[in-house]
Design a protein. Structure first.
Length: 378
């Protein structure tokens, strides 16, 4: 009989504990809408957790986080304060800010942990989507660019710090002598950049070739280096060559004289001073009114780098041009480049005009003398 009473008492006690726990679980609810999240290594996961008191009395609850893997950090706040215990009035709720930091060095897989409010346990899960690493990434979507030797090659790169610490990266390059490399971050020219753990910084790289560079493809490795990690990005600049032309004369003189109404030939020298072949070189002139300028030849089909060729400018001045200095602008141009020379042309009076003038003056003097002798005695 006593054994039977003992068993009944034990059963009543057990049922009382179960009912008490069940009542507590029914009274308190811990809720977050996202209980399973997938992220890459190095990310932060922010949970908004509501602790709801459905009962009729005040609940004072200990907040406990358990089951987080080693090396994972978390922060639990409410109202801007770190908390480990809260009180919730009847029929009200408290919202907790729960932040979990996934480390960079972590294996790919699913990780389970729990957040508890008193006896209520909320299971959570984070799936790491890829294998974690402790490294730096230096990448660009466009590593190859083409342009003339006078162009500036601009590349947009991303420097990602996939380590667990803030890093100060020194930016360097391995370029041939004469190449100029400039780094910019946040709108400023820099030689180093600081990147927070898990963060990415945009770096603009401007590369200018030497003035006398030949056409070709050039590799320019650039590096981001710290004492513990580094990354390299290989850029390529395809130089199509430089297009420059020079217009002058065999002696280098840019002056001549001409008789009004007459023609004068001026020998020209056209030089390809660039590193690319010039094609379809045209000659043209900007001349004074009523002057004529023609060329022989008018167009030069091709001129290789370093080569020179000759042409003749045939200049005819206006027959009404008065003596003095005039400017004739002669231009040699291609679709890529041009060169202009200013020729100073001095106009002189013709010999016949001079003799005519002298004879007219002599005739006037003779007429005056004749009239003076004939009528002067009277």
């Amino acid at each position: 009989m006593q054994t039977k009473l003992f068993k009944l008492s034990l059963l009543s006690l057990t049922l009382g504990v179960v009912f008490s726990v069940s009542a507590l679980q029914a009274t308190v609810t811990v809720y977050t809408p996202y209980t399973k999240i997938s992220v890459p290594p190095g990310e932060s996961v922010d949970y908004s957790v509501d602790v709801i008191n459905n009962g009729e009395s005040l609940q004072r609850l200990d907040i406990v986080v358990s089951g987080l893997p080693k090396g994972w950090d978390y922060e639990l706040k409410s109202g801007g304060w770190k908390v480990n215990q809260i009180s919730v009035l009847p029929k009200e709720k408290k919202t907790l800010s729960f932040k979990v930091e996934v480390p960079m060095q972590v294996n790919k897989g699913s990780y389970q942990f729990r957040i508890s409010a008193g006896e209520y346990v909320l299971p959570l899960s984070i799936t790491v989507s890829e294998q974690g690493t402790y490294k730096t990434e230096f990448t660009t979507t466009q590593a190859n660019m083409e342009g003339q030797a006078s162009a500036t090659f601009t590349y947009n790169a991303n420097l990602r710090n996939r380590t667990a610490e803030k890093q100060l990266y020194a930016l360097t390059e391995d370029a041939q002598r004469g190449w100029n490399v400039v780094y910019r971050a946040n709108g400023k020219q820099v030689t180093s950049v600081e990147v927070d753990p898990g963060a990415t910084t945009n770096v603009t790289i401007e590369i200018k070739p030497p003035a006398a560079v030949e056409a070709g493809s050039f590799k320019i490795p650039v590096k981001a280096t710290t004492g513990s990690t580094s990354a390299q990005l290989e850029l390529e600049a395809v130089v199509t060559g430089s297009y420059t032309i020079e217009l002058t004369t065999p002696e280098g003189l840019l002056s001549a004289d001409i008789t009004a109404g007459r023609t004068r030939k001026i020998e020209l020298v056209i030089k390809n001073t660039g590193s690319s072949e010039l094609k379809d070189i045209e000659l043209s002139a900007n001349k004074p009114a009523n002057w004529e300028v023609s060329f022989d030849p008018k167009k030069i089909e091709t001129l290789i780098p370093g080569a020179a060729t000759q042409a003749t400018a045939i200049v005819k001045s206006s027959d009404k041009a008065i003596p003095g200095d005039y400017v004739v602008k002669i231009t040699s141009k291609t679709p890529e480049t041009s060169s202009t020379a200013d020729f100073r042309i001095a106009v002189k009076t013709s010999l016949l005009s001079g003799w005519v003038g002298i004879l007219l003056i002599a005739a006037v003097i003779a007429a005056v003398v004749y009239l003076f002798r004939k009528y002067g005695r009277r």
